[in-house]
Structures are given as structure tokens and as C-alpha cells.
Design a protein around this ligand. Structure first.
Ligand code: SER
Length: 600
């Protein structure tokens, strides 16, 4: 048995020995504005494929945390997951197809001991726009692979990228592992594309040689690159001769927890057990990165994952504490590799528990309402009915669709979005005086404008003070300023103590008293992040950003009290602020706290 720790290590050592720099996994929250989550190892290196110099050199390797929502419907089968780890080696204008194929074969057969006869390969056979990848075909044949095990496929299967709307892309070689020898009833047609379960794709070798722009035009890349991705869970399964990923040590202990804490049995309810195991794992990692469930984008994905689990936990008649027990097991499995999970344990449990409490309040009534709607609606659930389930009972749209499907119905999604839009228009009133980067121009009165600017600078001081007192897990979740007060929402799992509030106030007032200067500097987003500027909601920032630095007159940037990516405006000196006072600290959703404060 090879442990998951040793498989990761062997992969990285193998490539380190071959001149690759080992780079740690980047966050699940990417800097690339065109994607919600990091979904591949190459994401953090995207710019190096386009020619920007890599600080790590031309050869790197990593084991990257990834999240893909595109496969969510397939979770429950033997191979798909939302959260997984991707092992990858990368070349930015260094080695290309031949060496990549050689490394991959050597690693799989020599290092992992997989029999070569169980490996199959697919490559790009060309189409009317892009020629056949003869170089890869030749390299495979020269490596001694039997021609019958090399299958040519089209663009859908063997051409990768770009991630997001534009970027590097190119033909691929996919390596598939044959789990059992006997072909299915399709006989000689039982090749890697066959859905019978005989094959599992383990490694994708991408050869970036094109750039695709927003209009889907392809141009050859000046510098060719290699991006490979191998699913760690699948590799662990095949090297340990396990039937599927859920039989590995990354899942089996979780399945056992669910078995112990529910009335139903795994063998009868495999999809439900697997969905809970996968979705809670994904949620644990997302929460450890500061995401909390909510109504938009990433927050919504987390809500969707958790609420889907809550429903499945009900279906298998699980104990009330199941999701927390599963989360605990996930943390136990991964904490030697991702120590941040243990550090965020309290936060992870609190967020899951809060979301569970919230949804459990409405789920039963919602399901009853659902039944009534199903009786009446026959084939299609009308948009406004679906929106009613969403808005009143907190059912994510995808969950409504899933339940409807189980009952043989469809949901009118267009009608849903129309109903949602109508609802938003009605509730969007009285917000014209909001300020938080936008909207100050709407304030006519000069005095009021000045008050807002002062409160804005105070918000930066507060943000930094909160991080100094409570730690780096404090992340800005929202900000709203009017001439009377500031309001600041941030991720934190519990109520602040009176001492903590006092400490935060004191730190802010000390900075005000010191008369720190506020300077604006323009730089690239990358540089801003390098100097440690706070930049949450990074994905919304342009390439060049303005950074507000608050520090002593001759402080170096590194020493300054606060650095934050921000559009301004701010005061010139903190002595203009007056006395800072927190007037309220309260919860504002699962894992999010809200502070209201004034300047006197
Ligand atoms: N980017 C490719 C993938 O995600 C290979 O790493 O499959």
C-alpha cells in the first residue's frame, strides 16, 4: 500500500531530480478574473505560457488543490469529484512533446510500477483547422508503445484549453489505465472512450502551442509549453489496485463515518454517500480559504454543495451531527499535507453548522411545498414557482432541478431568472447613498463627502487592526459607508470578545494619533500582492491597480501599517480622522461578522 503522502512525494521528487522547481499549491481562489476557482495545476502559471518570465525557472512541478463544478452532476460514479488534487509538471519554453512522454512513461512504469501493457494513449488526430499531432504519435511509437494502444481522437477529447475566455491551448496526449483485461460486449470497440468502466483516464499531457483569443481565433504561440495534469486520487487508486477512488484512504475512512452515522448502507446508496464525502471535502477546503455560503459566485457554490449534502444526509437518515463528523475526518486525513485545515477547524465547523441550521429550518416545509407544486405542474415547473422555492425555502436552483428530475419534471430556468430579476429590481431601492469604492460622486454636500472619505480611511485602519488582533483569516466580505457611519463585514467564525473590540479600537486610535501619512501608488496587481497589499475580491481588479499605503513618513512600504488595493479617495493624514469608536459588532450570516463604527 502506498500512502497518499508518499505518492505526492514520489511524484515531486521524480521531477525535482529532473531539474524541476517544486512550487506549492496556489489558493483555490485564482487571480485569473475569468474563472471562479482554480481548476487545474496550470492556472497559477498561465502567464508563463504566454511568455512572462517565470520566477521559478522554465521547469516546475506541483500538486495543486482544484475545484471543478462542471463535473458536479457526475459525482457519485467511480471517477468524478468536485474537489481533487492535480499532480503536474510544466515546461515554459523548455522541453516539449518527446521528453514529456518519456517522463510520464518512466514515472508510471518505473516509479509507480504500473505494467506498461495496461496503459493506453489517445492523441489529437487533427481536424479541418489544426493538423494532426504527428510529433506526439511518433514519440509514443518510438517509446515502444504498441500502435494498437494509441487512439487518434478529435478536438473534443484531445485538445485542451483555454481556461476562461482566452489563453494558451493545444493538442493533448491522454494516458488511460486499463482496470481489467476483458473488453465489454463492444469487443474491439472497447477502447478508452468506452463508458463500460474498463478504463480510467489518469494523466493529461497538454502541449500548449496556440493562443485562443476571445473570438475563438487561434494563433501559434511564440513559446511552446507543456502542462500536464494527473488526478492524484485516481493515481492512488490504480497504484494500490483499488477498484475506484472511493476505496482509497482519501475516501474510505469518510465513507465509514457516514456508514456508522446513518440508517442506510453504503452498498445500497453509493451515490448519496459519495456525494456527501466529496462535497463536504470541497466545502472544508473552501471554508479554510475564507469562503462562506452566500448568494453569489463562489459563496453560492459553497451553499449549493452544503445544501445538497444536507438533503442527501436526510435521505439516508443520518445522525444530526453527520456533516461535522465528516468534516472532522476530512481534516484528519489531510492535515499532514494541508496544516491550514487544522488551524481553521473551528471556523469550518461553525460555517457548516450555521448553514445546516439555516437550511434545516426550511427544508421540510420546502419539500412539502415542492410536492404540491409537482402535483399541479405536471411536466414543467414554472419559473416563478421555482423562484418561490429558492427565495422562501432556500433551495439552490440546481437542487430544485435535481429534485424535479427525480420526479420526471423540468424547470423553466429562463422563467426562474426573470422572476429573480423582477425581485431584485423591487428590492433595489434606497441604496443611492452607498459608498465602498463607488458612489461618492453621488453625494452633493461637500461636508458629507469629507465625512465619507474620513470613514473610508478609518475602514482601512480597522481592517488591518482586525487582522492584527484576530489573525489573517479576517478577510473583507463587504463594506458600506454613509456620512454617519462605516459598516465593515469580514469573515470570522465567532462573536468578538469585549477585550478584542477594545484592542481593535485602541490600535486604530493609536494610528490616528501618530498622524500617519496616506500615500497612493500605482503598480501591477502582482507587485501589489508581492508587497503584501490586502486585495480581496482580487478577481475584480484590473491589471494595474492603485494601492493606498498608510504608514510613518519614512516607513518603507514593507513596514507601513496598512496596504490595500483600493480606488480611493482617502485623507492625506490619519490625524484628520478624530476619535474612532465601534458602536456595534454582530453576526451577518454564517461565519461573517459585521462591525459598525463612527468617527467622533
Ligand atoms: N490543464 C490540463 C488539465 O486540466 C492538464 O493539466 O487537464
Amino acid at each position: 500500500m502506498k500512502s497518499h503522502q508518499s505518492v505526492r512525494k514520489e511524484f515531486l521528487n521524480f521531477f525535482e531530480k529532473r531539474g524541476h522547481k517544486i512550487v506549492p499549491s496556489s489558493s483555490l481562489i485564482p487571480t485569473d478574473p475569468s474563472v471562479l476557482f482554480t481548476s487545474a495545476g496550470m492556472q497559477q502559471f498561465k502567464s508563463h505560457f504566454l511568455g512572462e518570465k517565470s520566477p521559478y525557472g522554465k521547469r516546475v512541478a506541483s500538486c495543486q488543490k482544484c475545484l471543478r463544478t462542471s463535473d458536479i452532476e457526475s459525482v457519485g460514479d467511480d471517477t468524478h469529484l468536485t474537489f481533487f488534487e492535480m499532480l503536474g509538471n510544466f515546461s515554459f519554453g523548455d522541453y516539449f512533446k518527446k521528453e514529456t512522454i518519456r517522463y510520464a512513461l518512466e514515472f508510471l512504469t518505473k516509479e509507480c510500477g504500473l505494467p506498461e501493457e495496461k496503459l493506453w494513449f489517445t492523441y489529437f488526430k487533427g481536424d479541418n483547422k489544426i493538423p494532426e499531432d504527428v510529433e506526439s504519435l511518433k514519440a509514443l511509437i518510438e517509446s515502444g508503445i504498441h500502435r494498437g494502444k494509441i487512439i487518434g481522437c478529435g478536438r473534443k477529447d484531445n485538445f485542451w484549453g483555454p481556461t476562461g475566455v482566452s489563453g494558451p491551448c493545444g493538442p493533448t496526449v491522454e494516458i488511460h489505465y486499463q482496470l481489467f483485461d476483458k473488453p465489454c460486449s463492444r469487443k474491439e470497440k472497447c477502447i478508452p472512450s468506452c463508458k463500460c468502466g474498463r478504463f480510467v483516464e489518469i494523466w493529461n499531457l497538454v502541449f500548449n502551442e496556440y493562443y485562443q483569443d476571445e473570438n475563438k481565433n487561434l494563433k501559434p504561440l511564440r513559446q511552446k509549453g507543456v502542462d500536464t495534469g494527473m488526478g492524484l486520487e485516481r493515481l492512488i487508486a490504480v497504484v494500490n489496485n483499488k477498484e475506484n477512488i472511493f476505496e482509497t484512504e482519501l475516501f474510505l475512512p469518510i465513507i465509514e463515518v457516514i456508514n456508522l452515522q446513518s440508517k442506510e448502507d453504503y452498498t445500497q446508496h453509493k451515490p448519496a454517500f459519495r456525494i456527501i464525502a466529496d462535497h463536504i471535502k470541497a466545502s472544508v477546503f473552501l471554508i479554510s480559504e475564507g469562503i462562506v455560503p452566500g448568494k453569489t459566485e463562489r459563496e453560492y457554490v459553497l451553499r449549493r454543495l452544503l445544501r445538497r449534502c444536507i438533503r442527501y444526509a436526510k435521505m439516508i437518515e443520518a445522525d444530526s451531527n453527520l456533516l461535522i463528523s465528516v468534516a472532522e475526518k476530512v481534516i484528519e486525513i489531510y492535515s499532514s499535507v494541508y496544516p491550514e485545515l487544522s488551524r481553521s477547524k473551528d471556523k469550518i465547523f461553525t460555517v457548516i453548522q450555521n448553514e445546516e441550521e439555516k437550511f434545516l429550518k426550511t427544508i421540510d416545509r420546502g419539500l412539502k411545498e415542492f410536492e404540491k407544486i409537482v402535483q399541479r405542474e405536471k411536466k414543467i415547473i414554472r419559473g416563478e414557482k421555482a423562484f418561490y422555492l429558492y427565495e422562501t425555502f432556500g433551495f439552490p436552483l440546481e437542487l430544485i432541478e435535481e429534485i424535479a428530475r427525480e420526479k420526471g419534471l423540468e424547470v423553466d430556468k429562463e422563467g426562474f431568472f426573470l422572476a429573480q430579476k423582477k425581485h431584485q429590481e423591487i428590492s433595489r431601492t434606497g441604496s443611492s447613498r452607498k459608498f465602498g469604492g463607488v458612489g461618492i460622486d453621488l453625494i452633493d454636500d461637500q461636508k458629507e463627502k469629507e465625512k465619507v472619505v474620513r470613514l473610508h480611511t478609518a475602514t482601512h485602519l480597522l481592517h488591518q487592526a482586525l487582522r492584527s488582533v484576530l489573525g489573517k483569516e479576517v478577510k473583507q466580505m463587504g463594506s458600506d459607508i454613509n456620512p454617519e457611519r462605516l459598516r465593515f463585514d469580514f469573515s470570522f467564525p465567532r462573536k468578538l470578545t469585549a477585550e478584542e473590540i477594545e484592542k481593535v479600537e485602541k490600535i486604530v486610535n493609536e494610528q490616528i494619533k501618530k498622524g500617519l501619512v496616506v500615500i497612493r501608488k500605482e503598480m501591477s496587481l502582482e507587485k501589489a500582492l508581492n508587497i503584501g497589499a490586502l486585495a480581496f475580491f482580487r478577481e475584480r481588479y484590473p491589471e494595474r491597480v492603485s494601492v493606498y499605503i498608510i504608514g510613518e513618513k519614512d516607513d518603507s512600504v514593507g513596514k507601513a501599517f496598512s496596504k490595500e488595493v483600493c480606488a480611493g479617495p482617502h485623507v492625506n493624514n490619519t490625524s484628520e480622522l478624530g476619535i474612532f469608536r465601534i458602536i456595534k459588532e454582530e453576526s451577518c450570516g454564517a461565519g461573517v461578522r459585521r462591525i459598525k463604527a463612527v468617527l467622533e
